[in-house]
Write a protein of this length. Structure first.
Length: 312
């Protein structure tokens, strides 16, 4: 059993995906059994049912943005709690069987997200190549490894090339530098203790779609000087065109009084608020601003308490 109590963790497979590469960076999960699944919903279903103790899924890429099928599944289809986030650098490689040269390639297997991130390279280097869709970058590498063809390659991680015995014929071919992907570890229950550098994810359903609705939500955070690291709208799936909810990632932990007060106010004023988790954040710390704001909030709370003591 891992130090986190996780015996089995599901991930977006097969073996050799960027998701598994990110999972392998977590030393406290090293002893857990890693179980590959073909799709993100399959992973989340397994976590929900108890078939695995936790799930590890991609949520955001620095080039392509949010992974909407993951975000929607967490927001609408499952009641799971985010435990942590993990960010890794992404290196896309063109991999093929030994002896195949770049000039030989006429077919490239990969997932649409990967080919989109390497679109310029593929267009200029392999303009006539046939792009074949795979379920994952690792599956693309496996397909190439099992093929007898001498003109096929896969757009895949270096770790997948090593796993399936392929050669890297072109490396680091993404169109933009600084390509990173964020992953989430999710479980059925439990909120990690605050670290002082945390995020809280919320889904907020409007009481009514009317002018000023979003502003009224944002003011709850602005009034308490709580930073939103990400904010976007998603269709609610059951209300027709124009019916949206807002998904927000806020700096802070549910145990912070400022954030808790914001959530309390939103719950009272909006149609519904879904809590997706409070968890350790990756990146630069922002606790100094929150600590200053929290101190002033405490002073104001004490001031109000002294006034209330005078009530007869």
């Amino acid at each position: 059993m891992s130090s986190t109590g996780v015996e089995r963790v599901g991930f977006f497979g097969p073996f050799g995906t960027f998701t598994q590469q990110a999972l392998r960076t977590q030393p406290d999960l090293a002893s857990a059994e890693q179980v590959p699944f073909r799709t993100v919903p399959d992973i989340l279903d397994a976590v929900q049912s108890g078939a695995v103790d936790a799930g590890f899924v991609p949520i955001e890429n620095s080039i392509e943005g949010m992974v909407n099928f993951t975000q929607d599944a967490l927001a609408f289809d499952h009641d799971l709690v985010i435990q942590r986030e993990v960010v890794i650098d992404i290196e896309h490689c063109l991999v093929a069987r030994a002896g195949i040269e770049l000039s030989d390639v006429t077919t490239v297997h990969s997932i649409p997200v990967a080919t989109a991130q390497c679109h310029r390279y593929l267009r200029t280097t392999l303009p006539d190549a046939d792009i074949r869709v795979a379920n994952s970058t690792a599956e693309a590498a496996k397909t190439v490894a099992e093929s007898e063809a001498t003109d096929v390659a896969a757009l895949a991680p270096r770790v997948a090339a090593e796993l399936y015995g392929l050669a890297v014929i072109a490396s680091d071919i993404a169109d933009h530098e600084g390509n990173q992907t964020r992953f989430l570890l999710v479980a059925r229950e439990g909120v990690p203790a605050p670290t002082g550098h945390d995020k809280t994810a919320l889904v907020i359903y409007q009481r009514a779609d009317e002018p000023g609705s979003l502003i009224s939500i944002l003011q709850e955070f602005a009034a308490r000087r709580i930073n939103l690291s990400n904010l976007f709208s998603r269709p609610t799936k059951d209300g027709g065109l124009g019916d949206y909810c807002f998904i927000m990632y806020a700096d802070g932990h549910v145990s912070d009084e400022l954030l808790a007060d914001t959530m309390r106010s939103l719950h009272a004023k909006q149609a519904r608020v879904k809590f997706l988790g409070s968890y350790p954040a990756v990146g630069e710390h922002a606790e100094v601003t929150r600590a200053d704001t929290g101190s002033r909030w405490d002073d104001a709370d004490n001031w109000l308490a002294e006034i209330r003591k005078q009530i007869r």
